[in-house]
Design a protein around this ligand. Structure first.
Ligand code: FMN
Length: 183
């Protein structure tokens, strides 16, 4: 087994994050890794938005805008502060193209694979990462506020920064729980 396999076997998502966020050079390399995602017909059906600084507060306002009018002030405050859990949030967007042989679902899967590669590259560079979604990811007001086109969808929010305290280890399934040889 190679160093890559060892790395995969030891990685974990990290929810407790603080500054500094990934630097420019690390980000560039990580996005270049995202662009290595399997991609049927090379349609490049993904794009990303990097949010930091005051942008995180603006993202929190967008999240809070999804609350119904009669919402509890506590719930609104929680959504407003959600993006502040990390110094940087990367929004992964699936941007499918019309193609005779590649259905939209394959293009969304390609975008999700890109998010995974991005997550792994940032973790390999020593940063903590947590892929989050939540109902906000599917709300029209958030999609429009972030400038998505009608045909696009949010694949997730990648929270990233430096790990302030590592999370306890997560039990992993054994391979025979989810793999069978067929027929
Ligand atoms: C599409 C997607 C959305 C996710 N959304 C959330 C989320 O909103 N909140 C959350 O706690 N974990 C979410 N997760 C799971 C975490 O990213 C993470 O995988 C999980 O906490 C398990 O940790 P591990 O990666 O160390 O196994 C999501 C994962 C995926 C693939």
């Amino acid at each position: 087994m190679t160093a890559v396999t060892d790395f995969l076997l030891n990685r974990s998502s990290e929810p407790r994050l603080e500054s500094p966020a990934p630097d420019r050079e690390t980000l560039e390399r990580a996005f270049a890794c995202a662009a290595r995602a399997p991609d049927h017909a090379l349609l490049r059906p993904w794009r990303y938005l990097v949010v930091e600084g005051e942008g995180l507060e603006a993202l929190g306002e967008l999240f809070a805008s999804t609350c119904p009018n009669n919402s509890d002030a506590k719930d609104i405050a929680k959504l407003k502060s959600a993006p502040l859990r990390a110094p940087m949030v990367i929004v992964g967007i699936a941007s499918p193209k019309v193609h005779p042989k590649v259905p939209e679902v394959e293009q969304v899967m390609s975008a999700a694979a890109g998010m995974s590669f991005l997550e792994l590259a940032l973790q390999d560079a020593g940063f903590g990462v947590m892929w989050r979604s939540g109902p906000m990811a599917y709300q029209a007001s958030v999609r429009h506020g972030l400038g998505l086109d009608d045909h696009e969808q949010i694949v997730g929010f990648l929270y990233t920064g430096s790990v302030s305290s590592a999370k306890p280890s997560v039990p992993r399934p054994t391979v025979d729980e989810f793999v069978r040889h067929w027929p």
